[in-house]
Design a protein around this ligand. Structure first.
Ligand code: BGC
Length: 668
C-alpha cells in the first residue's frame, strides 16, 4: 500500500524529513521503502554500511574528462553504465552529476564538474540524467548553487548578481531539469548571504520556472537550522543528525513550524521514495561488468585532449622511448599509488582492477625499447627512488622523451583548493631538464583542472592532457600516443597562461565572502571580450587529422529554429572525429553581452578524405539574455553573428542574421 502524509503522525513526518543514517532515507520501521544513496563523480563510491570502507567499483574518467568528449551520446552511455553499477550495489540514488561552473581553476573539486560554460555543462548533464534515470538510478544534481571553490565552503558567501546567476550558475541546472531529475542537492556555501540549505529564492526558481518537481536534499552536514531549511523548501536533511532532529521537534512543539509546512517536505520525501523505487523496479543491467570496464577506455579515448603537437605524435614505430615521472607507473608505488590518477574526497572511487602501468602498456603497444625513471612524486617531496639525473641521461639517449606528470588526489581534493595552478617544482624541473637534452619531449598530464605550463610549454614538443582517466585509461593513453586512436577531446575550460590572468583571481575575496565581480565574464567569455591571451582556449583540441570547414548555410525552419549547416572535410589519411562549435554574438547589444557565447555543438566522425554535413539547430533561446529590468528572458531586435569554430579562438566560418519582433532573417 502506498502511504501519504495523511496516514502519518507529526512526529513520523519530522523523522522522515531528517534521513535515517549516513546513506539511507527513513523507512519509519518498514512503513515506507528505504532508499540507499551513494556518491558519484568517477563512478560509484559505495561505502560499506558497517565498516565505512569504500567498496571497489568501476572507476570512470572524471566528469571533467566526460566534458572534454563534447559528446552527448557518450554522456548518456556513461551514465547508463554507472546506473548498472548502482543496480549492482543496490543504490537507488546517485549523488550526481556535479554541475557547478568552473569559475576558478584552483577549485579542488573541478575534476568533479563539467565545464566553465553553462551550455556545455547543461547539455551534457541533461544527457547524463536521462541515461542514468532511464537505466534505473535517480539523479541528484549538485550543488545548488555557486559552490565554485572549497576554501571555507561551509561559511563562504558567493555574492553574485541576479543576471549572472540566471545566465551562468543556474543555467546548467535549468537545462538538466529538462531531463526530469528526481533530486537536487543544495550547496554548503551561502548565496548572497543565505545558506544553500535555506535558499528559498533559488528553490522557487527551480520549482516554479524550471519545472523541477523532485526533492531537494541538503549537502552532507550542511544544515544550519533544520526548521528554516524546511520552511525554505529543503525537503530532506542528509545525513541524520540527532541534535538537528531534536531541535526541529522542539520548534514544532513551540509553533515555529506548522504541520502544513512539514507536510510539504514530507510528501515530497514520500513521493521521492516511490518514484525512485519505480525507476529501478524490474530493471535489468544494460551492460555486463566487462562492457562497463571496456567503456572506461572508450570514454577516455574520446576525452583525451592533444593540447600541443609539433609532429612528434603519434609515435613513429620503432622509436626508442625514455619515460619518466611517477605517474607512468602509479601501480609500483604502494598504498598511495592510486591517489596519483584520481581526485580526492567523496568523488573518489576505489578501483576494481590494479592500477595500470604505462611502461608495460607502451612496451606492448609501441613495441620498442622503453627506459624508465620515476624522477618525481606528485608534490616533489617524496624522494624515494627518484633520480632526476638518470631521467636526463635516459632522455638524452633515446629518440623520444615522455614525462608523465600531474596532480592527483592529494592536490585536487574536496575540502580544499589547489595552492597553485603550476606543477610542483620537481616536476617542472624534470620537464625542463629533460627537454633541454631531448627536444622531442612529450608531456602527459594527469590532472582534474587546467595547469599553468608557462615555465616549460615552449621547451616541449607535445602535451597530452589525460585528466583522471579511470579503470582502463592506460590503454587509451597508449593508443592515443601511438596513433591507434586519433585524439578528439577538446578542452571544456580555458587554460590561462597563468592564474593571475583569471578574473576570479582579481575580484574581492576574504575569509567569508567571495564577490563574483567578473559577473558574466567567466572563462572564455572574459578572455574573448577583453582579448586576453590564453595558453589554450576553450574548445581547443588537436587531432592527427586536418579538418576543413566549408559551405556555411543558415536556414530558418518552420519551427522558428535556425539551422546552421556546414560541411567538414577530413584532409588526412586517418579517420577522425571533429567537434564543431557554434557561438552567437550580439553585434550591437542594448545591454552588456560577453563577446560571444556557445549555443550549439556537434561531434562527428569524418572518414579519411571524406566530407560530412553537420547540422546544428539553434532555438530561440540561443539569442536571449536575462533582463534585470524586466525580470525575464529577453531577446532584443538586432543583428547577430553566427560564429562557427573549431575552438573559441579558431574561427572558421561566420554569417549574420537579423531578429525583428522575434522573427529571424538570414542576412548573409
Ligand atoms: C559532498 C557531496 C557528497 C556528500 C556525500 C559532501 O561532502 O559535498 O558532493 O555527495 O558529501 O558524500
Amino acid at each position: 500500500m502506498k502511504h501519504d502524509v495523511k496516514n502519518l503522525t507529526a512526529e513520523q513526518k519530522l523523522r522522515l524529513i531528517c534521513g535515517k543514517d549516513s546513506w539511507h532515507t527513513e523507512d519509519l520501521g518498514g512503513i515506507l521503502p528505504q532508499l540507499r544513496l551513494t556518491d558519484a563523480s568517477m563512478g560509484v563510491r559505495m561505502q560499506d554500511d558497517r565498516t565505512g570502507v569504500d567498496k571497489p567499483s568501476v572507476s570512470y574518467p572524471s566528469m571533467q574528462m566526460l566534458a572534454n568528449t563534447w559528446n552527448r551520446e557518450l554522456a548518456e552511455e556513461y551514465a547508463q553504465c554507472v546506473a548498472d553499477d548502482c543496480l549492482d550495489y543496490g543504490a537507488d540514488v546517485l549523488l550526481g552529476p556535479g554541475i557547478n561552473i568552473k569559475r576558478d581553476p584552483l577549485c579542488g573539486r573541478n575534476f568533479e564538474y563539467l565545464s566553465e560554460d553553462p551550455y556545455l555543462a547543461g547539455t551534457l548533464a541533461k544527457a547524463y540524467v536521462y541515461g542514468l534515470q532511464s537505466e534505473g538510478a535517480a539523479a541528484c544534481l549538485k550543488h545548488f548553487c555557486c559552490n565554485n571553490a572549497e576554501t571555507n565552503r561551509l561559511q563562504q558567501s558567493s555574492d553574485v548578481d541576479e543576471r549572472t546567476l540566471r545566465e551562468i550558475y543556474y543555467k546548467p541546472f535549468e537545462t538538466a531539469c529538462e531531463a526530469k531529475p528526481l533530486s537536487v542537492m543544495s550547496s554548503y556555501n551561502r548565496i548572497n548571504g543565505v545558506y544553500g540549505s535555506e535558499y528559498k529564492k533559488g528553490y522557487d526558481v527551480l520549482r516554479g520556472e524550471y519545472g523541477f518537481d523532485g526533492l531537494i536534499m541538503s549537502d552532507w552536514d550542511a544544515m544550519r537550522d533544520r526548521t528554516a531549511a524546511a520552511k525554505a523548501g529543503c525537503d530532506l536533511e542528509m545525513p541524520f543528525r540527532a541534535d538537528n532532529y531534536e531541535k526541529l521537534l522542539q520548534d514544532y512543539k513551540d509553533g515555529k513550524i506548522t504541520e502544513r509546512e512539514i507536510d510539504i517536505c514530507a510528501s515530497r520525501v514520500i513521493d521521492y521514495v516511490y518514484r525512485c523505487k519505480k525507476l529501478s523496479s524490474g530493471k535489468k543491467r544494460k551492460f555486463t561488468l566487462e562492457q562497463r570496464i571496456e567503456f572506461t577506455q572508450k570514454a577516455e579515448e574520446e576525452a583525451i585532449v592533444l593540447l600541443k603537437n609539433n609532429g612528434v605524435l603519434p609515435l613513429v614505430e620503432g622509436t626508442s622511448l625514455a619515460v619518466c615521472g611517477l605517474f607512468a607507473r602509479p601501480c609500483a608505488y604502494g598504498r598511495k599509488s592510486p591517489d596519483l590518477i584520481c581526485g580526492g574526497g567523496s568523488g573518489r572511487v576505489t578501483r576494481l582492477m590494479p592500477t595500470f602501468d604505462m611502461i608495460e602498456l607502451l612496451r606492448k603497444v609501441h613495441g620498442a625499447n622503453v627506459e624508465y625513471e620515476p624522477a618525481f612524486s606528485e608534490d616533489g617531496v617524496d624522494s624515494t627512488y627518484m633520480d632526476r639525473g638518470r631521467a636526463v641521461s635516459n632522455a638524452a639517449a633515446q629518440d623520444i622523451n615522455i614525462v608523465f606528470a600531474g596532480t592527483g588526489a592529494r592536490i585536487e581534493c574536496e575540502g580544499g583548493d589547489r595552492a597553485t595552478m603550476r606543477l610542483c617544482a620537481a616536476q617542472e624541473r624534470t620537464i625542463i631538464d629533460t627537454a633541454r637534452v631531448n627536444p622531442n619531449t612529450v608531456v602527459v598530464l594527469f590532472a582534474g583542472a587546467a595547469i599553468d605550463m608557462s615555465a616549460w610549454i615552449n621547451d616541449v614538443a607535445a602535451v597530452l592532457y589525460v585528466g583522471f582517466p579511470g579503470e582502463n585509461g592506460g590503454n587509451a593513453i597508449a593508443n592515443v600516443l601511438t596513433g591507434k586512436v586519433n585524439p578528439s577531446g577538446k578542452t571544456s575550460e580555458t587554460f590561462p597562461v597563468s592564474y593571475d590572468d583569471m578574473p576570479a583571481a582579481r575580484t574581492y575575496k576574504d575569509s567569508n565572502v567571495t564577490r563574483y565581480g567578473e559577473g558574466l565574464d567567466v572563462g572564455y567569455r572574459y578572455f574573448d571580450t577583453y582579448g586576453v591571451r590564453t595558453l589554450f582556449p576553450f574548445g581547443h583540441g588537436l587531432s592527427y587529422s586536418k579538418f576543413e570547414y566549408n559551405g556555411l548555410k543558415l536556414t530558418v525552419k518552420d519551427s522558428g529554429e535556425l539551422e546552421v549547416s556546414l560541411s567538414v572535410t577530413n584532409l588526412s589519411e586517418r579517420d577522425g572525429k571533429e567537434t564543431v562549435q557554434v557561438y552567437v554574438r550580439a553585434c550591437a547589444p542594448r545591454v552588456y553581452r560577453p563577446y560571444k557565447e556557445l549555443k550549439g555543438y556537434a561531434k562527428t566522425l569524418v572518414r579519411s578524405g571524406c566530407t560530412e554535413l553537420v547540422n546544428i539547430a539553434l532555438d530561440k533561446r540561443a539569442f536571449e539574455y536575462w533582463s534585470t529590468a524586466k525580470d525575464s528572458w529577453t531577446t532584443d531586435d538586432g543583428v547577430y553573428e553566427i560564429i562557427v569554430g573549431a575552438s573559441s579562438r579558431d574561427i572558421r566560418l561566420t554569417s549574420t542574421i537579423r531578429i525583428e519582433d522575434g522573427k529571424i532573417t538570414v542576412l548573409k
